[in-house]
Design a protein around this ligand. Structure first.
Ligand SMILES: *Cc1c(COP(=O)(O)O)cnc(C)c1O
Length: 473
């Protein structure tokens, strides 16, 4: 491709991109494909000679697009969103044009300094304490792994990095409702799944601090060494809020690392009236939240904050001769702040987003999403054939259909979900709460409006009624 051709195609693609975003609601949210459908349309062998970009782009539209799930549709209410915005896409475009690999300060001084700067902005936006220092990671999973590795090193006096495990009997604590990334991190960190204690939760699905303390005491009695508690501001199932302050106090009492997983809901701390969720966070050792979920920033972009960067850097630093520079003592070399050496220039898109939308603009969107959660929870409560299965703290609503004439409500609710999702008009997912199948809708999409939530609620009721008639006739 020549520079002239690049210019021509780039313009063409930008037009396509703007049209796509304008019309994203016209696509079925979930594609109507079976496993292997897309694969069988693709050419068996790579081309020996280069192909024209016209042809490639045509194939993208005809072969790839039909198999895409439309995450950016406001009718996507599954999982948690991976929302984006125009300034974020523009940031990604520049980032990929510069193609910088930002492993150390010297490999792009502006990237390192902007990262430090936007992380300070993030800290202020979320009302986190000044004593926290931020670094961008690819995902919350990686940030949580960093937290566990740092805790592991701190409590082994940095010996496990040196000689591996000897006879440490470390234990880690989290709640039954925690995200699977914690299970994964204890495996990767070499601590082992059997050393992860899942503390019971209360009726609101938040960790029971009394049970945490008794589990810790029990372990100490049996010769284990507790090292870390992972709490949640916003669990994945229901956005339950663990009692951060009480957990911090327990961590201080027993000298444990406290990592706060606020991957999704942490962004809501931008709203001063939601800061009660993080009361006591200044006592924690680390905190993670994802601008790539609910802050209009393209995947991937995770904000990881630590109280003491020295422990983090001591855990990860490597300085082979070929990476040494004369300014190492004056700058942040972010390769030492996480797992990978190579790093993308993620700070750029986050800077664009914060500046273009503004803190008030971000707050308005978050508030709207929270209001929509409240609105649906009121509708569900008013309806005699639906019930909420968890408190609605933010913008995630867990509920189910109920009818005493239907023998298996789990099967029936799953049917409702599958039938609705098959229409292509809406896509949402499920969770299991106290053993019961729950419909689960999350409202974080950038362009979500009241009408989308009203349509979703109407569609769910309609399909429930249709399916109910199958049962009762
Ligand atoms: C989504 C989520 C994660 C994982 O986030 P990634 O960035 O995809 O790794 C972890 N914890 C919670 C509570 C989440 O909601």
């Amino acid at each position: 491709m020549t520079n002239e051709e690049f210019r021509k195609y780039a313009h063409e693609l930008v037009d396509w991109m703007a049209d796509y975003m304008d019309n994203v609601e016209d696509y079925p949210v979930l594609p109507d494909v079976k496993p292997g459908d897309i694969l069988k349309t693709l050419a068996d062998k790579p081309p020996q000679e280069g192909e024209s970009f016209d042809k490639i782009f045509k194939d993208f539209k005809e072969q790839i697009m039909p198999g895409m799930t439309h995450w950016e549709s406001p009718n996507f209410m599954a999982y948690f969103p991976a929302n984006k915005s125009y300034p974020s896409i523009l940031g990604e475009m520049l980032m990929s044009t510069l193609g910088a690999q930002c492993m150390i300060w010297l490999t792009s001084p502006a990237a390192a300094e902007l990262e430090e700067h936007v992380m300070n902005w993030m800290r202020d936006i979320l009302g986190l304490p000044d004593s926290f220092t931020g670094v961008i990671q690819d995902t919350a999973s990686t940030a949580t792994l960093c937290a566990l590795l740092t805790a592991r090193e701190k409590y082994s006096n940095f010996k496990i990095n040196e000689r591996g495990f000897e006879n440490e009997r470390f234990t880690i604590y989290t709640s039954e409702q925690i995200h699977s990334s914690i299970d994964k991190a204890v495996k990767i960190a070499g601590i082992g799944e059997s050393s992860l204690r899942k503390v019971p939760v209360d009726d609101a699905f938040a960790m029971r601090a009394d049970a945490l303390e008794s589990t810790i005491l029990e372990d100490i009695k049996h010769g284990y060494q507790p090292i870390c508690v992972v709490s949640a501001i916003g669990t994945t199932s229901t956005t339950a809020i663990d009692p951060i302050k009480t957990i911090s106090d327990i961590c201080i009492k027993y000298k444990l690392w406290h990592h706060v997983d606020a991957a999704y809901a942490g962004i809501a701390l931008a709203l001063p009236e939601m800061r009660w969720m993080a009361e006591g966070v200044q006592l924690a050792d680390s905190f993670v939240t994802n601008p790539h979920k609910w802050m209009f920033t393209n995947f991937d972009c995770t904000a990881y904050f630590v109280k003491d960067p020295v422990n983090l850097v001591n855990t990860f630093s490597i300085t082979p001769d070929y990476l040494k520079t004369s300014v190492d003592h004056e700058v942040k070399n972010y390769r030492d702040w996480g797992v990978p050496l190579g790093r993308r220039f993620r700070a750029l898109k986050l800077w664009f987003v914060i500046r273009e939308i503004g803190v008030n603009g971000i707050r308005e969107k978050l508030q709207k999403h929270i209001d929509l959660g409240k609105w649906l929870s009121i509708q569900v409560n008013k309806h005699n054939k639906f019930e909420l299965l968890a408190p609605v703290v933010l913008n995630t609503v867990c509920f189910r259909y109920i009818n005493s004439e239907i023998p298996d409500l789990d099967v029936f609710n799953e049917k409702i979900m599958n039938t609705v999702n098959k229409t292509g008009q809406l896509f949402f997912t499920q969770t299991k709460l106290k053993g019961r199948f729950s419909l689960r809708l999350a409202f974080g999409n950038t362009n979500l409006e009241q009408k989308h939530v009203e349509n979703a609620w109407k569609l769910i009721q309609e399909k429930a009624l249709e399916l109910e008639q199958d049962y009762t006739t």
